[in-house]
Design a protein around this ligand. Sequence first.
Ligand SMILES: [Zn+2]
Length: 113
Amino acid sequence: MHEMAMAEGIMDIVKDYAEKNNAVKVHTISLLIGEMTGVVVDSLEFCFKALSKGTIAENAEIKLKNVPLVGHCNDCNWQGHIENYNFFCPHCKSGHMDIISGRELRVEYLEVD
Ligand SMILES: [Zn+2]
């Protein structure tokens, strides 16, 4: 239940944000989902809907943005999309790659009343 744990994490952020902003209703939740998280979007939405029932986030619209997996090579400075989780530089074959994006799962913004 990977997605349920993630939905709970999102719900915590939403509740926290709503409290700080004295919100009474959450309209939109925009999420950034990295390619590497392997999240099944339908499943995440389903879990979130179940969790948000009876809360201020009930019936909130969930917007999802996929973040591609991008790596940077420390040896030749190549930067680009990593295909098939192959973490070797396609330019110089180095294994000294940093992940620039694609691991995130976070709330980008919330629209509340
Ligand atoms: Zn390289």
